[in-house]
Design a protein around this ligand. Sequence first.
Ligand SMILES: *[C@@H]1O[C@H](CO)[C@@H](O)[C@H](O)[C@H]1NC(C)=O
Ligand SMILES: *[C@@H]1O[C@H](CO)[C@@H](O)[C@H](O)[C@H]1NC(C)=O
Ligand SMILES: *[C@@H]1O[C@H](CO)[C@@H](O)[C@H](O)[C@H]1NC(C)=O
Ligand SMILES: *[C@@H]1O[C@H](CO)[C@@H](O)[C@H](O)[C@H]1NC(C)=O
Ligand SMILES: *[C@@H]1O[C@H](CO)[C@@H](O)[C@H](O)[C@H]1NC(C)=O
Ligand SMILES: *[C@@H]1O[C@H](CO)[C@@H](O)[C@H](O)[C@H]1NC(C)=O
Ligand SMILES: *[C@@H]1O[C@H](CO)[C@@H](O)[C@H](O)[C@H]1NC(C)=O
Ligand SMILES: CC(=O)N[C@H]1CO[C@H](CO)[C@@H](O)[C@@H]1O
Length: 544
Amino acid sequence: MRTTAASLAAPLLLAASAHALPELSISKRDAKLATSNVARGLVKRGGTVGTNVFDILTYSTGGAYYANVTIGTPPQDQVVILDTGSSDLYFDASTAAACEATGPYSCRGGTFTPKDSSSYTIVDASPAFNTSFGDGSTAVGPFAEDIVGIGNVRISNVQFGVAETVNSTTGYAIGLMGLGYSENEATTHIYPNMPEVLRDTGVINSRLYSVFLNDVGETSGTILFGGIDTTKYTGELATLDILPDVITGAVDQFITTVTSLSATIAGNTTSLFTGGTNSIAAYGNSDVALPVLLDTGSSAWSVPTTYYDDFIAPLFTYIDQDGYCSCSHQDDADSVTLTFGAKLNITVPAREFIIPVYNATTDDPLPYGDGTQACAFMIVAAEPTGEGFQTLGDAMLRSMYIVFDLDNGQLALAQAAVNSTARPSVVTVSAGPSGIASAISTAYSGAPTNTWSIAPEVQNATASFSVSTAQSTIGTATGTAALPADAQISSGGETGSASSSGSSATTTKKGGAAGLVVPGVEWSGVWVTGTAVMMAALGAGLMM
Ligand SMILES: *[C@@H]1O[C@H](CO)[C@@H](O)[C@H](O)[C@H]1NC(C)=O
Ligand SMILES: *[C@@H]1O[C@H](CO)[C@@H](O)[C@H](O)[C@H]1NC(C)=O
Ligand SMILES: *[C@@H]1O[C@H](CO)[C@@H](O)[C@H](O)[C@H]1NC(C)=O
Ligand SMILES: *[C@@H]1O[C@H](CO)[C@@H](O)[C@H](O)[C@H]1NC(C)=O
Ligand SMILES: *[C@@H]1O[C@H](CO)[C@@H](O)[C@H](O)[C@H]1NC(C)=O
Ligand SMILES: *[C@@H]1O[C@H](CO)[C@@H](O)[C@H](O)[C@H]1NC(C)=O
Ligand SMILES: *[C@@H]1O[C@H](CO)[C@@H](O)[C@H](O)[C@H]1NC(C)=O
Ligand SMILES: CC(=O)N[C@H]1CO[C@H](CO)[C@@H](O)[C@@H]1O
């Protein structure tokens, strides 16, 4: 989540990526022209584009989700964090001090070298791009344009930030793809960002994408722009209106409400709270419903301190005062169930929000006091942000299939079919309020048109995009191969052990992302200082 205005976007996967894309180009003089061109079918491609998302750093940071893209001519590979809580695409410059170092703080997602790209142009000199995130990290540099490759398309003249100066509170600098409304970009000169560029070029029909993070133990999920994969969720897909931002009064961030919460512990289900309103009134302190920002760039679910003290701590009595517990509780059949907009229940099993922590210097599991492994409990207490909502991060989003429908100001949610091995079944969504309803044949509960003011597409943009098919589809690796080489554990899924103060903890690292820590990242400064600091780092440390 960006601190001033926020939204981050998601990646996309198109398994059925055998689109033969004709080379096409479109000049965007203004939104009207672009729209009419699309309507006449001149540039309509009307499809979808997707890519794998993968999870690394699970144990040292609580996790984050990444996708591969390329930038420049010839294409330079980049790994970017997918952030529905912010709106700019940016890459770390190879000249950034944080990236020049060869040590643990070097930029492991790849770096961008502008001088090696023949198609690079500067749009707005440094420090035009100047952004800061919820965890205090900052990135500053110029805005530029170049060819961005995503999934199976390459698009020219896409604007992005070049982080020439990076100050990361986690020490881990990595590029980022913000997927929120363009209105929340880190500039007053609003430009079309990725979801909008994909629509403007006719690659997709509307500003819409679907996110499937998958189970915590899986190595890859997907982000699909322009469509829905009906095999990635179970039950009903339910649409909710996005609430307007309390400051701007417009729909420009992915905020909805949790209207009830229950927990099942040892087979006993307790209703923690229920009621309140599914509307702007939920911002009021007297309203029991919780406004939440669906933010793939945050790892935890932050709840107001009073909710934590009243509901979470008394029920999950095994959480210690620093927010940790024994990993033995990961395997409990416990869960929490969140009801969104009084309409849809999402059940999140304990294993998704009880996350092992590792010593990143040694890769060893950190022992807990009782000789078992230490885990972080990823529902955390946060002070009210003053922005009227709390972030609902990956710990909860993993159990959800989420369609971010920017044009209609709506979110369509369903229980994720985690671990699904079904062959993907992708449907393309058309523009307009009934796009989702007419695309899917499975159970669907629509919502009336959102009557709040919805952040529009960029007007009067003069960028001239052109689209071509990428020579090979970007980001198609699956399983452990989906992870950048230096994030893989060489011998694959083994036993790690830790000993401390005489007690010894042994745990089996499960295969895939869950067992992986990027080697060499120096976390000891954070992790050794004390558990209070550790928790602060977890709660806020990865909040993009
Ligand atoms: C970036 O923005 C922040 C906050 O507005 C400001 O304090 C800082 O000086 C800016 N950085 C640069 C390099 O302009
Ligand atoms: C990075 O941020 C920290 C605190 O957030 C600050 O103390 C430090 O001076 C900053 N470093 C640079 C190079 O701006
Ligand atoms: C998903 O797979 C993991 C193992 O990777 C397993 O522990 C978990 O229970 C599975 N979840 C479901 C819902 O099948
Ligand atoms: C279920 O939980 C509630 C609230 O914690 C408690 O009052 C009740 O005794 C529990 N019931 C059983 C059967 O454990
Ligand atoms: C959600 O769960 C609650 C409690 O189990 C139940 O009363 C309610 O009917 C469910 N709502 C939906 C929409 O399934
Ligand atoms: C992402 O790129 C890295 C190299 O930069 C590669 O090792 C990895 O397999 C790629 N992941 C996917 C999902 O394609
Ligand atoms: C991590 O391992 C290093 C090297 O053994 C050690 O110095 C440090 O204290 C460990 N950190 C924690 C939090 O256990
Ligand atoms: C600054 C500017 O050129 N604004 C124009 C953008 O486009 C709308 C409608 O196309 C005009 O009304 C504005 O004047």
